[in-house]
Design a protein. Structure first.
Length: 79
């Protein structure tokens, strides 16, 4: 097993974080090679929905700006 850590954490599990905060955190901080930590559950109520709504904007935005998204095993297979 390999240990994998992240380089960007949008704090999307917090009840105090908004969709706009998640969007801005990702758009203003992500750079090539980053590993983004997001949560699909176990956060505050409505947290997964905020993450999903932010990603509806962020993913197309990043794709338009030349980013592509890969599974973690693809990263390790290139090193």
């Amino acid at each position: 097993m390999k240990v994998v850590l992240w380089s960007i954490h949008a704090m999307d599990w917090s009840r105090w974080v908004t969709v706009e905060y998640i969007k801005n955190k990702l758009i203003n901080n992500v750079k090539s090679g980053d590993i983004v930590l997001l949560h699909d559950g176990r956060g505050a109520q409505q947290s997964p929905l905020k993450t999903i709504n932010a990603l509806k904007f962020v993913l197309p935005y990043l794709k338009r700006n030349g980013y592509r998204f890969v599974m973690i095993n693809e990263i390790f297979s290139n090193h």
